[in-house]
Design a protein around this ligand. Structure first.
Ligand code: A3P
Length: 288
């Protein structure tokens, strides 16, 4: 796949997106409309995550569960990211159940999927680590074209001026949707998957109505460990402005890396904003 040249970032309804191929070729309005109108199948599973919440990891786990395999997939989740695909009909050839993904907010996900009561798996990650992870990603990714100092980036995050919009808007909209459409959205936490993968993957399998043996489960955990994925999965480094060989998508995979970036003052401001924005939320988010 050829390296993409940097272009002005697409914007739609006040939100800046990243210049994925579909956004470049069709523009943001048509790209988002096509996702909304996508002819979802009843068996489709859509992974919905804000940026850097762990979609590559989750996609690999779900792919293994669905296919009853413990071998890492040869492709990447990007081949099934709805807003990244110019011609969504390419997904017609995939066997059911298709495992799709999007970072678009709930209001843009395929209408038919919601009507079908199709399954949505939503992984949430503490926003301090997301903030840091996105910073490192955005500086290197040609489709983001966003190499600014940490201090500037932090201020943009605080005012919600980041790709795909504010983390708070995304997550609160998803929480509201869970109440409005009970049973279709399965919310799980990145930190829980790190701490207790066995329990979490079993719960996820239950939601997907998949029976999985203890042995397969252990093997999935091993195969999808950060170390294994970092060494074996394609890390997109050929397509981005990176000097290092590894560490673009598979960077650190830790909980609490924000502590190596946030100043005390930044942390206090972040906490105050988090408290205010999440005051009515039932999410149980942990930062370490
Ligand atoms: P860090 O940048 O903090 O290391 P996404 O897949 O949504 O783009 O998220 C990428 C983040 O998930 C990165 O976080 C990455 O290291 C982490 N990640 C990827 N694979 C992982 C795995 N197998 N286990 C734990 N974390 C993983």
């Amino acid at each position: 796949m050829p390296v993409l040249e940097p272009v002005p970032l697409p914007e739609y309804e006040g939100v800046t997106y990243i210049s994925l191929r579909a956004f470049r070729e069709k523009g943001p309005e048509q790209t988002i409309k096509d996702v909304k109108d996508f002819q979802s199948r009843e068996t489709d599973v859509i992974i919905c995550t804000y940026l850097k919440a762990g979609v590559h990891w989750l996609d690999e786990i779900i792919t293994m569960l669905v296919n009853n395999t413990t071998t890492l997939a040869s492709g990447t989740k990007g081949q099934r990211t709805l807003e990244g695909i110019t011609e969504l009909s390419v997904l017609d050839s995939l066997p059911s159940p298709r495992i799709l993904n999007t970072h678009l907010s709930f209001k843009y996900i395929p209408t038919k999927h919601v009507q079908n009561k199709g399954k949505i798996v939503h992984m949430i990650r503490n926003p301090k680590d997301i903030c840091v992870s996105l910073y490192h990603h955005a500086r290197r990714d040609v489709v983001m074209n966003y190499d600014v100092p940490w201090e500037t980036y932090f201020e943009n995050w605080m005012s919600g001026k980041v790709f795909y919009g504010s983390w708070y808007d995304y997550e609160l909209e998803m929480e509201e949707a869970s109440l409005q459409y009970p049973g279709i959205i399965y919310t799980c936490y990145y930190e829980d998957f790190k701490r207790e993968p066995k329990t979490q993957i079993r719960k996820l399998a239950d939601f997907l109505e998949i029976t999985v043996s203890d042995q397969i489960l252990e093997n999935i955990i091993e195969a999808t460990s950060f170390k294994n994925m970092q060494s074996k999965k394609t890390d997109h480094t050929k397509f981005v402005n990176m000097k290092e060989e590894k560490g673009f998508i598979y960077r650190k995979g830790d909980i609490g890396d924000w502590k190596t970036h946030f100043t005390v003052n930044q942390n206090n401001r972040f906490d105050a904003q988090f408290k205010e924005r999440m005051k009515n939320s039932k999410y149980t988010i942990t930062f370490e």
